[in-house]
Design a protein around this ligand. Structure first.
Ligand code: ADP
Ligand code: ZN
Length: 743
């Protein structure tokens, strides 16, 4: 894609002069368009980055001025810009970022802008607060003072303009009294802008924690890097509980002192509550949060405040990356290895990689933090592209827990339960010591499969190639891909046998049942996305754990990461092999990261922890590495395997997903694409093959995998290849650059 946007401010000044004389501008619209369109500026003084409203295909659309134009379209054919939003512009570095995100991920330019302008009704100016004040005119007819009216007038005289809620709160009068005063003209309405002002941070200089030597060295080195005020990537590679967060907090404080803005990306904002509490403790106020649960109006107010440069620190999930900061000084990506950073629906992109791009466009430093960095990031730090600081010790007295492998194939460990006798004993001892247990199973619901014991029928989702998961607590069968749910049938839908459906395999609910039988007196709590569906539920749960109201947590990944529970000294992983099934490229890496994180929950303070991994493959090098806390040996093996197969990070992958409501159509297009694949020694095209989820939400899916040399311009190759491909009917080709999974 050509570089559409101005490179720097100087150029911007020249271009904006031209805009005035030519009177036409190029506007990128926030819809999935691939290029900007020309408009007449209509006498409005426009500059690059201005947010405008323009007519486009019979409706008003929002867009951004990206350049002046000298195209040869006749003026008569052009439409006029109809409105301009406020005085604040989208910064040029941001426009550059938009353009690069679009070309790297092969997303239409306008679709990326749409993620930037992802606030409802930006042009709605009426976010105003209604206040009441005493009128200037003093002598009024028809006015009769009553005790309630007097209360209101006195309150206004004392406090100045107030909202009706404040007045009612102060005086105890009802709305009628305010209305009455208004109709007599004794008080009147006044409107003020409802601006969002974040709580001011304090204590930038105050370091409440005493850093240990390793932490101090890390902080010093990172602060030196940020002082350079230019693009660089640093990795904090530190074991769980080593204080990575404390370290980057100190760097954040340094950047804030310079008056710059800081953006912290976390994998899931719903899980960031403890983080926000810690931040508030360190900085005296909470950071601004950005997530999908924000009410519309608040979202708009925060967005505007960011555009106006009012927000110092923001923490958010991947979409926060597209907020229009004016003065960004530092980006932090916490748990950089997390797959939640990959956006899988709609425009696909990897937020960690795009953060690095954003730091580059803004020429600022970025910090990645993890206890189990991705192979990509480690590779980049080995080749010197990223700097690395290491924290090898847990903070304070805490030591890493001992990891024990339990071979669940052996006789002694087979007792017909999901919890082996060894683990059962360990749980018992832990409760006796008045400490806590975490049992980890990354499976929601009661059972992953519901099967008829008479005919063997399995209940499947009608729209996906997936079994329905039994949720006994709600007596439902549910598809975890599309959300389809039905009541658990009383007889088999296939053979009609009554009460014949049985659960196969365990989910967390079933483990809860078993724990209840083994330890009838223990206080047990399930932590999964079903039970902790929002921030409030999570806070509540964490509180119960902290107060030891819960002794045994049975949790999926929602509880496995980042949390700090001092009393958890026993972690049991019920099925350590779970993530290894299926042929995903990253299965081993992801499993290692997940189990390493889970194990990292044990013994985080002075009490020694122990981790039990139930596995069928105790000799697997991955299990061996976990049991010895020997990350390096696992990484060496994994790297070697990837390098031999020229897989990432040693080669590149792009996935093309062809989908259609009609199976035959999906197959045809997939074959057609494969037949017209470019032939080059620098790329191999594999497939077509049914994708891991061959049927999803009613669509049949096929996949082609492009495996290319690291420095091949694979985007260009693919766009040449797909150019001219005619797709009819319900078919669709989606491009996934650097896919994280083969689903
Ligand atoms: P990580 O992010 O590496 O897992 P954290 O930053 O969560 O580690 O630190 C683990 C625990 O140790 C937290 O409770 C944190 O407050 C505490 N901690 C870390 N460093 C210090 C320090 N220098 N002084 C006091 N407490 C610390
Ligand atoms: Zn489904």
């Amino acid at each position: 894609m050509c570089h559409l946007l101005a490179e720097n401010m100087e150029q911007q000044a020249i271009i904006s002069d031209q805009i005035k004389s030519v009177g036409r501008v190029s506007v990128l619209i926030a819809r999935p368009v691939t290029k900007p369109y020309d408009y007449l500026s209509n006498g409005i003084d426009l500059q690059i980055g201005d947010i405008v409203q323009v007519p486009f295909v019979n409706r008003m659309c929002i867009g951004v001025v990206v350049a002046s134009v000298a195209s040869d379209v006749a003026n008569q054919k052009l439409k006029f810009v109809s409105d301009k939003y406020g005085e604040h512009r989208i910064p040029v570095a941001m426009l550059d970022f938009i353009s690069r995100v679009a070309s790297y991920n092969m997303i239409p330019l306008g679709a990326v802008l749409k993620m930037v302008l992802n606030v409802p009704e930006i042009f709605k100016f009426s976010d105003k607060i209604e206040l009441f004040v005493q009128s200037e005119t003093s002598c009024l007819k028809n006015f009769r003072i009553t005790p309630s009216r007097k209360l209101v007038l006195d309150a206004l005289a004392k406090n100045g303009p107030q909202t009706s809620v404040q007045i009612k709160g102060d005086t105890g009068v009802g709305s009628g009294v305010i209305k009455g005063l208004l109709s007599c003209g004794v008080i009147q309405k006044q409107f003020v802008a409802d601006n969002f002002t974040p709580q001011p941070l304090g204590a930038l200089d105050k370091n409440f924690v005493e850093l240990n030597d390793e932490q101090a060295t890390a902080v010093k080195s990172l602060i030196n890097v940020t002082r350079e005020n230019k693009f660089s990537v640093s990795l904090i590679d530190g074991v769980t509980g080593s204080g990575k967060t404390e370290v980057y907090f100190e760097v954040i404080a340094e950047v804030l002192k310079k008056g710059l803005q800081v953006l912290i990306l976390v994998p899931e904002i719903a899980l960031a509550r403890p983080f926000i509490e810690r931040f508030s403790k360190r900085f005296g106020a909470a950071p601004v949060e950005w997530h999908s649960e924000l009410p519309t109006k608040k979202r708009r107010r925060i967005w505007r405040a960011i555009l106006e440069g009012e927000v110092n620190v923001l923490v958010g999930a991947r979409s926060a990356l597209f907020l229009p900061f004016r003065n960004l000084g530092l980006l932090v990506v916490d748990e950089e290895h997390e797959s939640a950073f990959k956006q899988m629906e709609g425009p696909r992109y990897h937020a960690r990689d795009m953060s690095i791009l954003r730091a580059k466009c803004s020429d600022i430093p970025i910090i990645l933090a993890s206890a189990t960095p991705s192979l990509e990031t480690l590779h980049n730090s080995e080749t010197g592209r990223f700097r690395k600081v290491s924290l090898s010790q847990r903070y304070g007295e805490a030591s890493l827990p001992k990891v024990v492998l339990i071979d669940i194939r052996s006789n002694e460990n087979r007792n017909g339960s999901w919890i082996s006798p060894v683990l059962q004993k360990a749980i018992h001892a832990t409760i006796e010591r008045e400490e806590q247990v975490l049992l980890f199973l990354n499976r929601r619901g009661y059972a992953p499969l519901n099967i008829c014991k008479v005919c063997g029928h399995r209940n499947e989702c009608p729209s996906c190639s997936a079994w329905l998961v039994e949720h006994r607590s709600k007596s439902r069968l549910q598809c975890h891909h599309c959300g389809y749910k039905i009541k658990v049938p009383t007889c088999c839908p296939e053979c009609g046998a009554e009460d014949s459906l049985i659960a196969a395999g365990p989910g967390v609910e079933r483990i809860e049942e078993e724990v209840g039988q083994m330890f009838p007196d223990a206080r047990v709590g399930i932590a999964s996305s079903d039970t902790l569906s929002n921030g409030a539920a999570l806070i509540n749960f964490l509180q119960l754990v902290r107060q030891r109201e819960i002794e045994i947590i049975i949790g999926t990944q929602v509880i496995a990461k980042g949390h700090h529970f001092p009393l958890i000294t026993c972690v049991g992983v019920l099925d350590a092999d779970l993530g290894l099934a299926g042929g995903d490229l990253r299965a081993a890496e992801k499993t290692y990261q997940m189990l390493h994180q889970v194990a990292g929950r044990a013994g985080r303070e002075d009490k020694v922890g122990k981790v039990w991994l139930q596995t069928r493959q105790p000799d697997n090098p991955l299990m061996q590495a976990l049991s010895n806390w020997d990350r390096e040996s696992f990484l060496q093996l994994e790297k070697q395997a990837r390098s031999e197969a020229a897989m990432p990070p040693f080669g590149r992958l792009v996935s093309l997903i062809i989908s259609s409501k009609k199976e035959i159509e999906a197959d045809q297009i997939a074959r057609l694409l494969a037949a017209s694949a470019p032939s080059t020694p620098r790329a191999q095209i594999l497939g077509p093959a049914p994708s891991a989820l061959a049927f999803l939400r009613g669509r049949h899916r096929r996949r082609l995998l492009v495996k290319a040399d690291k420095n091949l311009n694979v985007q260009k190759m693919i766009s040449d290849w797909l150019d001219g491909l005619k797709i009819r009917g319900s078919a669709k080709v989606e491009i996934d650059i650097d896919p994280q999974s083969f689903a």
